[in-house]
Design a binder for this molecule. Structure first.
Ligand code: UD1
Ligand code: UDP
Length: 355
């Protein structure tokens, strides 16, 4: 089976690592990196650390408006899909790279498979909501991380080709956790008690008031806030004149590598984030999460009591972080860390049937 995988942004490298490993023995994987993320700390480090295969094609698209970025990716991908004629095009999550891969594959002959299907924030102002809905509705095979996502697809009329696989990010997390050693933090001292923060969502970085309220909330917390900042957030803090306030309120650092990040999540008293992936990683690592958004696609973590939605209101953030505690029970929400095995065996079955 020939599988063409489209990746481009940080969370996709984490997701693809698990599936790539399962594909490598018996199948041909053509890895396409769109270049959506290009800074070494958002891209190269993941390839090194997670032993992802070197991209066969690096499109080098880079940052641009949504339309121009997506269109540039599609133009390149169309030619590659045409030349390589893969059996399957595999896309992950909800980024512009995902959408570009999905639209190209849907109008071509390969089977389009979407990993992380069926997630919805129901917030159409998020570019990710547009990307994932369109991707799901174009896909032949849809790998849902849990039963809620499968039910969502059914409500939207998608019943064919849907499989509950579990979450591939959990596969990668379990693997790296086994490999982590103690000497990982040479560059800075990790305090005994801290809150770990990440912020990069367009809604929070493109609105000064929201970003300022988040920084003000961090400033009011009595424990240190470790803040590995996405370049988009650094640019916004500078643009809004908030950089000094942010550095006074938090220990702002460059993005860290995946192993370091997982360790920071595990050791934190609480995670405050607007990331999708980090909400789940906090859950897997038994760290309560406060989500700096009004909605989440990972709704089961809220229902289970491990995650609290607070938006970007200063008082709500402070109160939720102070109140954060482990709930008594931890349900099994997104599988047991063998999602990639399930995905690859389902792909094999489908491609065999099609032959
Ligand atoms: C993208 C995804 C988002 C995902 C996130 C993961 C879309 C619409 N958004 O958001 O769903 O959660 O990746 O981190 O696909 N930049 C750099 N260096 C880089 C990449 C980006 O400095 O290597 C800066 C540029 O100024 C760029 C901005 O970040 O304009 C935004 O980058 P972009 O890839 O458009 O969106 P993200 O916010 O990274
Ligand atoms: N991550 C990382 N280093 C960091 C911040 C995040 O390795 O400094 C990892 C994190 O463990 C998760 C992924 O990046 O697996 C999440 O990416 P991001 O929050 O940018 O995207 P989202 O999940 O919101 O799409």
């Amino acid at each position: 089976m020939d599988v063409l995988s489209v990746v481009g942004a940080r969370p996709q490298f984490v997701k693809a690592a698990a599936v790539s490993q399962q594909l490598q023995d018996d199948h041909e994987e053509i890895m396409v990196h769109t270049g959506q993320h290009y800074d070494a700390e958002l891209s190269e480090v993941f390839f090194d650390e997670l032993a992802l295969p070197e991209p066969d094609f690096h499109l080098g698209i880079g940052s641009d408006t949504h339309a121009r970025q997506t269109a540039a990716m599609m133009t390149e991908l169309e030619q590659i899909v045409d030349d390589e004629s893969p059996d399957v095009v595999l896309v992950y999550g909800d980024t512009n790279s995902t959408l570009a891969g999905a639209l190209v594959a849907a109008k071509s002959s390969p089977t389009l498979a979407h990993v992380e299907a069926g997630l919805r924030s129901h917030d159409w102002s998020m570019p990710e909501e547009v990307n994932r809905r369109i991707t799901d509705h174009c896909s032949d095979l849809l790998f849902a991380p849990g039963s809620h996502a499968k039910d969502t697809l059914e409500q939207e009329g998608i019943t064919e080709g849907v499989f509950i696989s579990g979450d591939v990010m959990y596969d990668t997390l379990l693997q790296i956790r086994d490999e982590l050693c103690e000497s990982e933090f040479d560059e800075f001292t990790v305090p005994d008690e801290y809150v770990l923060a990440t912020v990069h969502r367009a809604k929070n970085t493109d609105t000064r008031d929201r970003l300022a309220a988040i920084i003000d909330a961090f400033e009011q917390l009595s424990v240190p806030v470790i803040f590995p900042a996405h370049p988009r957030t650094v640019a916004a803090l500078n643009e809004y004149g908030l950089w000094e306030r942010a550095t006074a309120a938090t220990r702002i650092i460059d993005p860290v590598n995946y192993g370091q990040f997982i360790k920071l999540v595990e050791g934190a008293a609480c995670v405050a984030t607007d990331s999708g992936g980090v909400q789940k990683e906090a859950f897997y690592l038994d760290t309560p999460c406060v989500t700096l958004r009004e909605t989440t696609e990972w709704i089961e973590t809220i229902d289970a009591g491990w995650n609290t939605l607070v938006g970007a209101e200063r008082e709500q953030i402070v109160d939720a972080v102070r109140a954060a505690a482990d709930p008594p029970a931890k349900p099994d929400l997104y599988g047991s860390g063998n999602a990639a095995v399930r995905i690859v065996s389902q792909l094999e079955r489908q491609v065999d049937c099609a032959d």
